[in-house]
Write a protein that binds this ligand. Structure first.
Ligand code: GLN
Length: 269
């Protein structure tokens, strides 16, 4: 009889351990044995750091810097995480990594689109952006988007810019896709492409930091797009917490301070 009781308690204990191990949520959601929330340990963030001024390698350091990087570190702190770890991966690998649970959140200048909303949750918008294009300085016959039909266009794989460029494919444009935004711009420099379609603030930063030697903006901005932070549909609680942290940072002035640091002006209301 005693033996059965011992066996039974081992079984019950094992069940308890199993149940605890199956809990969903991010690393920070784990509850301590007492039932009170444990200190949030680590928020795992994914990005693709070739997208200055939003995410790019910090000079003489292994860290990444930029508006998105500052913002997500501030959000993690506001949410009570002790550590915010930033992982570097290909842009088109970020959503799959969110959905497989390898990342808690992703911030990478992600435009909020209906197509992506079918796969993930977006936070509230945190930056107003949009697509535009640059051409090589010696290209003088492109003044509007349609003029790109006869041209070779470089884009970053999996981006809204790549989708936009595809509209011109059947009209004769050649579209070359690259893993990073930097490589797309490099192709322009090497005369392997006539134009790059990307996000306006990124193109402006690129022109200001050396790109204007061989490239120039052409035509009007193509779209208006909002950036959002990406969270798994399996984790709506985390999405709510990210939104609450963003609200708090907007309210306490941190968001405006970071915006001014990176863009030199206050965000438009
Ligand atoms: N905003 C664009 C998109 O969401 C580009 C993002 C990027 O290249 N990091 O597709």
């Amino acid at each position: 009889m005693k033996k059965i009781t011992v066996l039974l308690s081992i079984f019950v204990l094992a069940l308890g351990i199993l149940a605890a191990g199956c809990g969903g949520g991010s690393k920070g959601d784990k509850k301590a044995a007492s039932g009170t929330p444990a200190a949030k340990e680590e928020l795992i963030v994914g990005t693709e750091p070739s997208f200055a001024p939003f995410e790019f390698p910090e000079k003489d350091s292994k860290e990444f810097t930029g508006f998105d990087m500052d913002l997500i570190r501030a959000i993690a702190k506001e949410m009570g995480y002790k550590k915010c770890t930033i992982r570097n991966m290909g842009f088109d690998a970020l959503i799959p990594a969110i959905n497989s649970g390898n990342l808690d959140v992703s911030i990478a200048g992600f435009s909020i689109t209906e197509e992506r909303k079918k796969q993930v949750i977006f936070s509230q918008p945190y930056y107003k952006s949009g697509l535009a294009f640059v051409v090589r300085k010696d290209v003088n016959d492109v003044t509007k988007f349609e003029d790109l039909q006869k041209k070779t266009i470089a884009v970053q794989m999996g981006t809204t810019g790549a989708l936009y460029a595809d509209k011109l494919k059947e009209k004769g444009a050649v579209v070359k896709t690259f893993n990073t935004s930097d490589l797309a711009c490099m192709e322009l420099k090497n005369k392997g492409a006539d134009a790059v379609i990307s996000d306006l603030p990124v193109l402006q930063y690129f022109l200001k930091n050396g790109g204007s030697e061989y490239a120039k903006l052409a035509g009007e901005p193509l779209t208006a797009e909002d950036y959002g932070i990406v969270i798994s549909k399996k984790n709506p609680e985390l999405a709510k917490q990210v939104d609450a942290a963003l609200d708090a940072l907007k309210k306490n002035g941190t968001y405006d301070k970071l915006y001014e640091k990176w863009f030199g002006s206050k965000p438009a209301k």
